[in-house]
Design a protein. Structure first.
Length: 224
């Protein structure tokens, strides 16, 4: 089956939340511009609109743009009304198609708190993200309540990913038997950081390394 990498193809079933008589710009035109702009490092609605105006000639090669580039307020209002879950599913499917073509070999999983995301009523937004290191491509992300909940969020994120043939790297927070097993079950390999949160495992590793340095590895089994 021929793969389609066109953004329009993967977002064609996403519902347009706008009223019909208020639509001056094509729905998929707005989606495509926003995604391309964010890939191009735009990090605000104004930056997305500016990116669109700067690249309008190039965009017209594959977008209709009957009324030019939307304003930053148009981008904001549309994305505020979008079904976030439906958008994420479309985006995930597109990224999976890209992954198949780009042949992602390493996936780094890490959690970060977004600066400036705290509000008077809500705490800061903490995300666990999967990053294709060689392609500089975000493959998915899951929001968590607090940093301590990364252990429960990581398996949810792994379920969104195609791990076959990939090396998954995680920091000490993800050094858990269940997480390692889920990666293996998904067809991937893993490299986990071991710190004091796994005290006995760290001691065993240090003992094995010390023994190997002092006595060599011939005849020794370090995989048990």
């Amino acid at each position: 089956m021929t793969r389609s990498l066109a953004i329009k193809t993967h977002f064609r079933h996403l519902r347009d939340p706008r009223r019909r008589h208020r639509r001056e710009h094509l729905f998929l035109d707005i989606i495509v511009i926003a995604i391309c702009a964010v890939i191009g490092n735009a990090d605000s609605w104004r930056a997305i609109a500016l990116w669109g105006r700067t690249h309008e000639t190039w965009l017209r090669r594959f977008l209709a743009l009957p009324n030019g580039i939307p304003s930053h307020d148009t981008f904001r209002r549309l994305f505020e009304r979008l079904d976030a879950g439906a958008f994420q599913r479309c985006l995930r499917q597109w990224l999976l198609e890209l992954r198949g073509v780009l042949k992602v070999s390493q996936i780094a999983i890490d959690g970060k708190t977004l600066c400036g995301s705290r509000s008077p009523t809500l705490g800061p937004l903490h995300l666990v993200s999967a990053w294709a290191t060689q392609c500089h491509l975000s493959l998915g992300q899951v929001a968590v309540d607090t940093k301590s909940n990364e252990i429960t969020a990581i398996p949810q994120l792994l379920e969104l990913l195609d791990l076959h043939g990939a090396l998954v790297t995680l920091d000490a927070m993800g050094c858990q038997k269940a997480i390692a097993q889920k990666i293996v079950d998904g067809g991937g390999d893993y490299v986990l950081t071991v710190k004091d949160n796994q005290e006995h495992l760290r001691e065993d590793i240090e003992t094995c390394v010390t023994q190997a340095l002092e006595q060599g590895v011939e005849g020794q089994d370090f995989y048990t």
